[in-house]
Design a protein around this ligand. Structure first.
Ligand code: AMP
Length: 444
C-alpha cells in the first residue's frame, strides 16, 4: 500500500490522480530504503514502475528537507528518450509540489539549458555526456546533491559512458545516497561501478531468476546412487585440482556425513543451519583463506556466501526449486568471473531437472566422466516438457509392494485428490508482470 510509506500528502494526491492503486514490486522493494537514503543496487526492467520507484522518494526527501540551494537530486539515463520519459513522470508526480526539474540532453539548445539551471532546479535529469559539458562550463554544481540515481546503468556503460559517469560521480557530494538501477546485476561493468560508487548498498534483485546465470557453464551428470556420486566427486576433485569447490546437499545430515567422508581425502569443511554463527564464520573464513578447499553446504547456510574464486559448484543433491538452484550456482562466477556448475541427477530427480531447465529456459548439457559412467542413462522417452514418459511414481509402488500392501491400478485412482503441482511449476506460472517481490537481501 502506498499509505505504508507515509508519503507527503501532495505525493499521495498525485499517485491517486495517476490511478496507481498499489506499489509495483520494485517500488515496494525500494521505497523504505530509498526514503532512509540508503545506497541501492536494483535490478529492474523497463515497465516495472522503476521510474516512480526513484522519483517518489526523491520528491518526498526534497519536500521534507531544507529550502533549495543547488541541485539536490541528479538522475542520469542513457538516452534522450529515456530522459524525456523520466522528466514526464517527474512532472506528473510533482504536480502538487513546488519542486522543479531541469532536463539536459544532447541535441537541445545549450544556452536554454544553462538558463534553466540558473533557476536552481532541485532535480536534474540528464544524459551523462551533456551533463559533463555543463559541469565543465560551470553552469551547475553537484556539491549539494543528496540523491544520485543512475538509471539503466548497464546501458550507459554499454554506450561507453564509463568515463563520464566517473567524472560526474567525482563532482558529487560525498554524503549523498546513490541508487543504481540496471536491467541485470550480472553485468560485469555494473558490478565494478557498484563497487566504486556504492557504500553498504541494499541489493534488490527483481530481474527474475532466469537472468542470474551469466558466466556460469552449467552441466549435469547422470548418477546411479551415493556410491557412484562419491566416485564422481573424486574425479571432479582431480579435474579441478587447485580450485575451491562448493558442494550442495539437501539436508544437514547429508552435509555433515559427506564432509566427514571427504575429509579423509581433501581439506573440507561443512556449513549448515545447525551450526552457531561463530562456527559458520570460522568455516567461511577458512574457505576464504584457502585453508579448506571443499565446502559442503546446505541452501540456508550458503545463501549470500560471497567468496571469490569458487570455480565449481556441485549439486550433490539436486535443488528442490528453480530459484534455489539459481542461488546455488550463483556462488561461482562472482563479480564477473566465470565458473562451472555440475548437477548430479539420479533417476528420481530427472523430472525435477527438466522443470529447472524449463524454469530457466535453457538446456543443461549432459556430460559423462570417462571411465565412471553410470548405469542410468536417462528415461527411455521424454515428453515435450522434457519430463519422462511413464509411470508417475514407480518408487511408491515398489515401496508399497515391499511393505506387503496392495497396489491399486492407476486407472482406478480417478476419484482421489489430485496431487498438488510441484513448487517449480507454480513458480513457472508466476513469471512476468507485477508479481510479488521474490527476493530482497542486503548486499553481502
Ligand atoms: P517504468 O518502468 O518506470 O517505465 O513504468 C512503466 C509504467 O508503469 C509507467 O507508465 C508508469 O506510469 C506505470 N506505473 C508506475 N507505477 C505504477 C503503479 N504503482 N501502478 C500502476 N502503474 C504504475
Amino acid at each position: 500500500m502506498f499509505s505504508d510509506f507515509n508519503f507527503h500528502p501532495s505525493l499521495i494526491k498525485a499517485v491517486d490522480k495517476l490511478g496507481y492503486k498499489e506499489p509495483t514490486p520494485v517500488q515496494e522493494a525500494c521505497m523504505l530504503d530509498a526514503l532512509a537514503k540508503k545506497d541501492l543496487l536494483v535490478s529492474a526492467q523497463t515497465g516495472s514502475g522503476k521510474t516512480a520507484a526513484f522519483i517518489l522518494p526523491i520528491l518526498h526527501i526534497m519536500l521534507r528537507g531544507k529550502k533549495n540551494t543547488g541541485a539536490k537530486a541528479l538522475i542520469l539515463a542513457p538516452t534522450r528518450e529515456l530522459v524525456r520519459q523520466i522528466y514526464k513522470q517527474f512532472t506528473l508526480l510533482s504536480e502538487f509540489t513546488p519542486i522543479k526539474a531541469a532536463m539536459l540532453t544532447g541535441g537541445e539548445d545549450f544556452k536554454f539549458q544553462a538558463a534553466s539551471l540558473r533557476k536552481n532546479p532541485e532535480v536534474i535529469i540528464a544524459t551523462p555526456g551533456r551533463l559533463v559539458d555543463h559541469l565543465k562550463r560551470g553552469s551547475t554544481s553537484l556539491e549539494d546533491l543528496e540523491v544520485f540515481v543512475l538509471d539503466e546503468a548497464d546501458r550507459m556503460l554499454d554506450m561507453g559512458f564509463d568515463d563520464d559517469l566517473m567524472t560526474i560521480a567525482s563532482d558529487t557530494a560525498a554524503m549523498k545516497a546513490t541508487w543504481l538501477f540496471s536491467a541485470t546485476l550480472g553485468h560485469v561493468g555494473v558490478t565494478k561501478l557498484g563497487k566504486s560508487l556504492l557504500h553498504e548498498a541494499v541489493n534488490i534483485d527483481l530481474a527474475g531468476a532466469q537472468d542470474q546465470h551469466e558466466g556460469i557453464s552449467q552441466k549435469m551428470i547422470l548418477a546411479d546412487d551415493e556410491e557412484h556420486k562419491i566416485r564422481l566427486l573424486h574425479r571432479l576433485f582431480t579435474d579441478y585440482p587447485e580450485d575451491k569447490i562448493v558442494i550442495f546437499t539437501n539436508t544437514k545430515v547429508m552435509a555433515s556425513r559427506l564432509s566427514m567422508k571427504l575429509r579423509e581425502v581433501e581439506r573440507s569443511g561443512v556449513l549448515h543451519g545447525d551450526m552457531t554463527q561463530d562456527e559458520r564464520n570460522f568455516v567461511t573464513q577458512q574457505f576464504r583463506q584457502d585453508k579448506i578447499r571443499i565446502l559442503v553446504a546446505t541452501d540456508v547456510a550458503a545463501r549470500g556466501l560471497d567468496i571469490q574464486g569458487i570455480a565449481l559448484v556441485i549439486n550433490y543433491d539436486l535443488a528442490r526449486k528453480g530459484d534455489e538452484y539459481v542461488h546455488r550456482i550463483g556462488r561461482t562466477a562472482r563479480a564477473g568471473a566465470t565458473g562451472d556448475a555440475i548437477s548430479f541427477v539420479t533417476a528420481p530427480e530427472w523430472n525435477l531437472m527438466a522443470s529447472i531447465e524449463r524454469y530457466l529456459k535453457i538446456n543443461i548439457e549432459k556430460i559423462v566422466l570417462p571411465g565412471i559412467e553410470g548405469k542410468y542413462k536417462g528415461p527411455k522417452k521424454v515428453k515435450n516438457n522434457g519430463k519422462a514418459v511413464g509411470k508417475k511414481s514407480p518408487n511408491k509402488k515398489k515401496l508399497a509392494k515391499k511393505a506387503g500392501l496392495k497396489v491399486k491400478s492407476s486407472k482406478k485412482q480417478g476419484g482421489g485428490k489430485r496431487p498438488s503441482k510441484p513448487k517449480i511449476e507454480q513458480e513457472e506460472k508466476r513469471q512476468g508482470g507485477f508479481t510479488p517481490i521474490k527476493k530482497r537481501k542486503k548486499e553481502d
